[in-house]
Design a protein around this ligand. Sequence first.
Ligand SMILES: *[C@@H]1O[C@H](CO)[C@@H](O)[C@H](O)[C@H]1NC(C)=O
Ligand SMILES: *[C@@H]1O[C@H](CO)[C@@H](O)[C@H](O)[C@H]1NC(C)=O
Length: 393
Amino acid sequence: MEAGRVLAQILWLFLVVPALIVFGAEAFTGTYGINYGRLADNIPSPDKVVKLLKASKIKNVRIFDSDQSVLEAFSGSGLELTIAVNNGLVKEMSSNEGQAVKWVKENVESYQYSNIVGVAVGNEVLGGDQELSAALLGAVKNIYAALQKAQLSDKVMVSTAHSQAVFNNSFPPSSCVFAENVVQYMKPLLDFFASIGSPFCLNAYPFLAFMYNPGKIDINYALFEKTTNIFDPKTGLYYDNLLDAQIDAAYSALANSGYKKMEVIVTETGWASRGDANEAAANLTNARTFNYNLRKRLAKKKGTPLRPKIPLKAYIFAMFNENQKTGPTSERNFGLFKADGSIAYDIGYKGLKSSSADSSLKLFKDLRYRSGYGSYLLTFMMCTLSSLLFLTR
Ligand SMILES: *[C@@H]1O[C@H](CO)[C@@H](O)[C@H](O)[C@H]1NC(C)=O
Ligand SMILES: *[C@@H]1O[C@H](CO)[C@@H](O)[C@H](O)[C@H]1NC(C)=O
């Protein structure tokens, strides 16, 4: 191990870890969160997951459905949970107000001790199927109205996460705009979210941008390592990492359509630790470097170059490797934890060494699933489109 790395780890121990502990109690409720996807038949039961999250001091958690066993396990845990109306339910929630009321009653009101702080309506809908895109706003409004009716709209934030397929990027970040085919759905959605104070939720993967633009992006830029900074001539700002550039592109698209005040939060980002032969960047070293540096980046509670005063908040994708996901091998290897609950690679979590891997691992057959990240093709298209954003020279 080279000297620089050792020094960095020492600095991490002395500077960052104490900072996490100091802020851990209250104000930390938001810069570092995690996605808890469950498309796996070999991961720990939800109550063990709650213990794991508490041991790793991760407070903010997103799930991709509203699974009852998870909601029960989170009850009284103090963790902050965002649940989801999955894509399969969006049309029904949109066309049928009563169904939205029923959904909120059964999945939010019934779990008043589960500390549900958010409902994500659909995942990566815009930029994909037109009918679903057309239904999204109605579903969002009906869920919000149902929460209002239950007097929960002040406590539970309604949002929807977007993939980068919603953008039509060009270099530099400041000139990013929404893609033409999503503008008609995006504008009214943003009007509504602006009126209820919801942020813009972005799923941003430097990993994908790097992989699909071979030879064009410096790996160090994608991994928050030392690199040649990227200059945005319009704003005069420099970028030392790809994630910040992706977020500022989103801020720019919002500002360019008149939503200058809306906050961007990252609802998914991560790096796969294993991949197929054509996914060479998906390896343990890169995954560890990305997640280690990302954790440091978030612990600083700094904004991006374009929005320096808004501390960056991100949910890591994901908690576990998920063996039942389809697609390329990388898809099943985004976990910070292995299926048995042991850490996949060390990024400086305290209190987590090996697992409590007793054999009572519960089988999860419930595949009321997350329906978003599968839109691999769209993400691919977007990454290609946006490649110019990330060219290093
Ligand atoms: C992106 O912008 C260019 C230039 O304005 C336009 O020709 C193209 O159709 C746009 N693509 C999308 C997907 O919006
Ligand atoms: C991981 O991939 C990087 C290139 O992205 C390469 O430099 C490195 O050697 C790889 N590490 C391992 C352990 O394969």
